[in-house]
Design a protein around this ligand. Structure first.
Ligand SMILES: [Zn+2]
Ligand SMILES: [Zn+2]
Length: 340
């Protein structure tokens, strides 16, 4: 922003000739309302032959420009800024942490949960206490019945003892006959005692955050910093589950090793069995070859035996024929001799 000019004797000074008063304003476009003195508008002056006006007459235009600028600045810049200040002032109210409704909402919700929790705690405790107290009453009753019975039996024993110690035979006979027959009824342990126990919920305590709600900043949910105790607990659980997995894997490896060992063993057994079978096969083949050879020899023998038989048969036929011939000859000779 322009600062107020230090007033001097020459008002205003010519920008080109500081010792001379600028009494003109140049109206040429390229000169942009520069101030000028008489020296400027003549001879070698910057504004020679330029269209100039007396500053005195032009001062109103400069004043109007200032006024326009101020009006404009007030309306265009100052106005919106002031409105923004009002708005921020309102917002400040809303952002006052002490009066924030968010805190109230969180507080309310937390209280509701606390109330629900303590109601439940009271309810559960009452329930358990009632049952335990009821059980206790039953036990007391049972105990007093047991004691009553003991008193009764002890009284009976004392009475019998008294009869024994006394001289009255009738009493002793009576006691031996009827007194010993007295049966005492059993007092069984009460069977309507109710067992009461409490099973802690599986839901982790830090899940209470799900009940309470979530804080959103913009669209992002605030990630809750995990307390050290929870971190330790979480890591411990993780380690536990890893150890369990390790144990399971180790058992699996052990089992697989055993299976591998068994398979190797079985493989070796099969190998040995195959070797045995191959040996047997080899022997069987040898035997087969031997029988083959033997068979051939037998066949040969059979062949020659057959030939021999055929030859014999031939011989036999020949002899038979000879015998027949001889017979025929004999018969003829006898017949001839007989006829002659
Ligand atoms: Zn000048
Ligand atoms: Zn000029």
């Amino acid at each position: 922003m322009a600062q107020a000019h230090v007033r001097c004797a020459i008002d205003p000074q010519c920008p080109s000739h500081p010792s001379t008063e600028a009494i003109f304003v140049c109206l040429e476009n390229q000169c942009d309302e520069q101030l000028a003195c008489p020296k400027c508008i003549t001879g070698a002056g910057n504004h020679n032959k330029h269209n100039v006006e007396l500053l005195e007459n032009h001062l109103g235009i400069f004043k109007k420009k200032i006024n326009d600028y101020n009006t404009n600045t007030r309306e265009q810049i100052l106005g919106p800024l002031k409105k923004m200040v009002d708005r921020v002032t309102d917002d400040l109210e809303a952002f006052d942490p002490a009066t924030s409704s968010i805190l109230d909402e969180i507080e309310t919700r937390g209280k509701e949960i606390n109330e629900q929790t303590s109601t439940l705690v009271t309810e559960f405790k009452t329930k358990c206490s009632q049952i335990r107290s009821c059980n206790r009453q039953k036990m007391e009753h049972y105990r007093s019945r047991l004691l009553g019975k003991i008193t009764e039996i002890e009284a009976d024993i004392s009475a019998l003892d008294r009869f024994l110690a006394g001289d009255c035979k009738a009493d002793i006979v009576n006691a031996a006959k009827s007194g010993l027959c007295k049966k005492y009824q059993d007092l069984p342990y009460p069977d309507d005692i109710k067992d009461v126990s409490f099973k802690v919920s599986d839901t982790p305590l830090n899940d209470v955050a799900n009940l309470l709600g979530t804080v959103l900043i913009g669209n992002e949910q605030v990630v809750r910093a995990e307390p050290y105790t929870e971190t330790i607990k979480r890591l411990e659980d993780h380690i536990k589950s890893m150890e369990q997995k390790k144990r399971i894997d180790e058992a699996r490896i052990q089992k697989s090793k055993k299976e591998l060992h068994d398979c190797t063993q079985r493989g070796q057994d099969y190998q040995a069995h195959i070797a045995n079978l191959q040996e047997e096969l080899q022997n069987a083949r040898k035997e087969g070859q031997y029988y083959q050879a033997h068979n051939g020899k037998l066949q040969e023998e059979l062949q020659s035996a057959r030939k021999e038989i055929t030859a014999d048969a031939h011989e036999k036929k020949k002899m038979q024929d000879s015998i027949n011939d001889l017979r025929a000859l004999g018969t003829h000779k006898v017949k001839t001799e007989f006829e002659s």
